[in-house]
Design a protein around this ligand. Structure first.
Ligand code: PGA
Length: 252
């Protein structure tokens, strides 16, 4: 069976103003044109309208970096799936380790968000990953399986075949310390095996599993060539046109 379409997804985090975002995406359009990879930019909420407009007519898709699971209501400071969908958002990144650590996001919240995102016709990019201590304690597999099992509770096989999972070891995020190809492959394979256990191998062969954590222009090609790695969730390097362009065109 041929591998899934490789995704190069940028996670800008809290970077770039709306104006800077539009400038960046206008230039990225040419670099991304005709690429074999699916190109996604995960931008701050306030950048979404401008970026969707700037990406029109291109192969660049837009992701939000968070969402609330309720459709509307008294949730000061939150944004709903309906609001994002109306703007033209395709993907929503949920469960990033920074949101878990700084904003108290739990596996249960991530599960509610995943359901709401799918119901609204968007696709969740569900993040998981272990700390350095957990890796040293030898509980990486248990930890990641636990995170993903709860995130997927109640989702149908059809939904799981459409979602994206991003394995991001916390010790590799923003540290310049990338997981080796083998370390990244090992955990992505564990996640795919879990999906096969829960939903069967037809589904697990369709679900895209990305690696994230210090992906850059020089390591993307080898990482994305691993059998169970279907692309990358890219932080720092996605903020630079040259580096992100090389990641998008890693196969050249
Ligand atoms: P990084 O971030 O590429 O800067 O390590 C990845 C992420 O947090 O998604």
């Amino acid at each position: 069976m041929s591998k899934r379409v490789i995704m190069a997804a940028g996670n800008w985090k809290m970077n770039k103003t709306p104006k800077e975002a539009v400038e960046f995406v206008s230039q990225l359009k040419d670099i991304a044109a005709g690429a074999e990879s699916e190109v996604v930019v995960g931008v701050p909420f306030v950048c979404i309208p401008g970026v969707v407009e700037a990406a029109k007519g291109s192969n660049i898709k837009v992701a939000a970096q968070n969402v609330h699971w309720e459709a509307s209501g008294a949730y000061t400071g939150e944004v709903s799936c309906g609001m994002l969908k109306e703007l033209g958002v395709n993907y929503v990144i949920i469960g990033h380790s920074e949101r878990r650590e700084y904003f108290g996001e739990t596996n249960e919240m991530i599960n509610k968000k995943a359901k709401a995102i799918l119901e609204s016709g968007m696709i969740p990019i569900i993040c998981c990953g272990e700390t350095l201590t957990q890796r040293e304690q030898g509980v990486t597999s248990e930890h990641v399986r636990y995170q993903i099992k709860i995130a997927l509770l109640g989702l149908s096989a059809e939904e799981v075949s459409r979602i994206v999972i991003a394995y991001e070891p916390i010790w590799a995020i923003g540290t310049g310390k990338t997981a080796t190809n083998e370390q990244a492959e090992e955990v992505c394979a564990i996640i795919r095996q879990l999906i096969a256990e829960l939903y069967g191998s037809d589904v697990s062969e369709k679900t895209r599993i990305l690696y994230g954590g210090s992906v850059n222009a020089s390591n993307a090609k080898e990482l994305f060539a691993m059998p169970n790695i279907d692309g990358g969730l890219v932080g720092g390097a996605s903020l630079k046109l040259d580096a992100f362009g090389k990641i998008i065109r890693h196969y050249e």
